[in-house]
Design a protein around this ligand. Structure first.
Ligand SMILES: C[S@@+](CC[C@H](N)C(=O)[O-])C[C@H]1O[C@@H](n2cnc3c(N)ncnc32)[C@H](O)[C@@H]1O
Length: 226
C-alpha cells in the first residue's frame, strides 16, 4: 500500500492520506475529534438517548477504513454497558502493517484499547464475531453499491470519502439504500453538509437536520427515519 501514508492531525490523532485520491481518511483538524462528534455524539448517543437508552444498538457503517469508528463504538459499548452489534462495509481493507502504527488504541480517554483494536482488525471478514460481551463486529468486504442484506439498523455512520472525490457513493440511489437499511426511528449521520446531499436525503424520505460540525468544520448532517 505505497499510495497510503500515515499523517498526524491537529488533535494529535493519526489519519491516512490516500495519494491517488489526494484525500485523507478523516478531517485534518482532528481525526478523533471528528469521529467522536459526528458519529458517536450526534449519531449513536443521540439515537440511544431519544430511544430511551435501550440496552442494544445495531449500527451500520459505510467505510470501515482504519476502524476508528468501530473502536469508538466498542469503547462506548463498554463504558455504557450496552450491547453494540457493529456491521461495516469496506471493499479495500488496509494492511495490518499500517493499522498497527495507528495511535487510536491509546488516544481514547486514556484507556488502553490495544487488544480490542487488534481483535476488531483481525476478526474474520464476512462473519459476525463477538469481541467481548458488549461488542460484536461483522465486516463485509464489498462495495456499498453491491450490498444485499436483509437486516435493518438503528444508526448508520456514512463515512465514505468526500463527495468531491467519490461522487458515486453520494447518489440519491445510495441514499435510498441507506434509508432502507434503517429501522423506523433510525438515524443517519455524516460529516458532509453538501446541499445536494440534503436534497437527496429529503427526496428519499429522511427528515434532515444541519448541525454544527466538529472543530474546523462548520456543519454536518443528521437524517432521521420517522
Ligand atoms: C473516509 S474513509 C474511511 C473512514 C473510516 N470510517 C475510518 O475511520 O478510517 C472512506 C472509506 O470508504 C471505503 N470505500 C471506498 N469505496 C467504497 C464503496 N464503494 N463502498 C464502501 N466503502 C468504500 C474506502 O476504502 C475507505 O476506507
Amino acid at each position: 500500500m505505497d499510495n497510503i501514508k500515515i499523517i498526524t492531525t491537529e488533535d494529535g490523532s493519526h489519519s491516512l492520506y490516500h495519494e491517488e485520491l489526494k484525500e485523507t481518511y478523516h478531517s485534518f483538524h482532528g481525526a478523533l475529534q471528528e469521529s467522536v462528534h459526528v458519529f458517536i455524539e450526534k449519531g449513536l448517543r443521540f439515537w440511544r438517548t431519544k430511544s430511551g437508552l435501550p440496552k442494544q444498538v445495531d449500527i451500520f457503517e459505510v467505510g470501515f477504513g482504519t476502524g476508528l469508528n468501530a473502536l469508538l463504538a466498542a469503547h462506548f459499548a463498554m463504558e455504557n454497558e450496552v450491547k453494540i452489534n457493529f456491521t461495516t462495509i469496506e471493499p479495500f481493507p488496509l494492511d495490518m502493517e499500517i493499522i498497527s502504527q495507528l495511535n487510536y488504541a491509546t488516544s481514547i480517554d486514556g484507556d488502553d484499547l490495544k487488544a480490542t483494536f487488534e481483535q476488531i482488525h483481525t476478526s474474520i471478514w464476512g462473519e459476525k464475531v463477538e469481541i467481548n460481551p458488549y461488542f460484536s463486529i461483522h465486516k463485509i468486504k464489498k462495495k456499498l453499491e453491491n450490498l444485499q442484506i436483509d437486516q435493518k439498523f438503528d444508526v448508520l455512520f456514512f463515512d465514505a470519502f468526500a463527495p468531491s472525490k467519490q461522487a458515486e457513493l453520494w447518489t440519491a440511489d445510495l441514499m435510498q439504500k441507506c434509508f432502507n437499511l434503517l429501522k423506523d426511528g433510525g438515524v443517519f449521520t455524516t460529516y458532509s453538509a453538501k446541499g445536494q446531499l440534503k436534497r437527496d436525503l429529503k427526496s428519499v424520505g429522511f427528515e434532515v437536520e444541519t448541525l454544527p460540525g466538529p472543530p474546523g468544520k462548520k456543519e454536518m448532517v443528521r437524517a432521521k427515519v420517522n
